[in-house]
Design a protein. Structure first.
Length: 219
């Protein structure tokens, strides 16, 4: 990963976006947030000779999710949720294509932490989800599958890249969990900063996994 300039730009954009959130300056957020996935893709593109199309599609879905979630109202939320759902599906495919033959015991073991998180979060939020019950549950199941396949991959491979992936996906799940708590349970002043910090860190770690996977496949 020789080209660091795009990473520096990505970090600067993250800081600007976080400042916009902290200062409640919607103009700064509207400018910076759409640039997050664009600059992360730039970093990825400049540091690999082989593009993983599923990772790129995942970034594209995340970009559109970011854009629509900046809007207000139920329709914008549903569209943002849909595009993030698509992003996770592409990320899942990226991981599944690298899995070796998987035993049922591996699936069961790897799913346990994500099933527990899913059940706990649903128990807290279910009564307040209203008309969003089905979309939110479908999304939560999807990202839980992402966590499960990532952990299976790490249990099979036990590499630095797969460990980074597991950590990144777990942080992504935590980010989404806090977002759900903020939207449907109880708002906290520090939640928006926490949500965005964990989100960009998770996306960066998934990007790092994608880059390391390409490097490892050449060895």
């Amino acid at each position: 990963m020789k080209n660091k300039l795009p990473l520096v730009v990505f970090i600067v954009v993250c800081i600007i976006d976080l400042f916009g959130i902290y200062s409640d300056n919607i103009t700064i957020v509207y400018i910076a947030k759409p640039l997050l996935m664009i600059t992360l893709f730039w970093y990825y593109y400049m540091n690999t000779k082989v593009l993983n199309s599923y990772f790129v599609l995942g970034l594209a879905g995340s970009f559109l999710g970011d854009v629509f979630l900046m809007g207000t109202g139920e329709m914008y939320f549903l569209l943002g949720l849909l595009f993030f759902l698509m992003a996770h599906v592409f990320y899942i495919i990226m991981v599944v294509k690298s899995l070796m033959e998987t035993r049922a015991s591996q699936i069961l073991l790897a799913s346990i932490p994500y099933v527990l998180i899913f059940i706990a979060l649903l128990a807290i939020l279910y009564s307040s989800l209203g008309a969003m019950k089905i979309p939110v549950i479908i999304y939560a199941i999807t990202i839980s599958v992402f966590g499960t396949v990532s952990l299976i991959f790490h249990l099979q491979s036990k590499t630095k890249a797969t460990l980074i992936l597991v950590i990144g996906v777990f942080i992504f799940i935590m980010s989404d969990a806090v977002l759900a708590l903020n939207l449907f349970y109880e708002e906290q002043s520090f939640y928006p900063i926490l949500i965005m910090t964990t989100y960009v860190l998770a996306q960066y770690l998934i990007c790092s996994f994608a880059l390391l996977s390409i490097q490892n496949s050449k060895k």
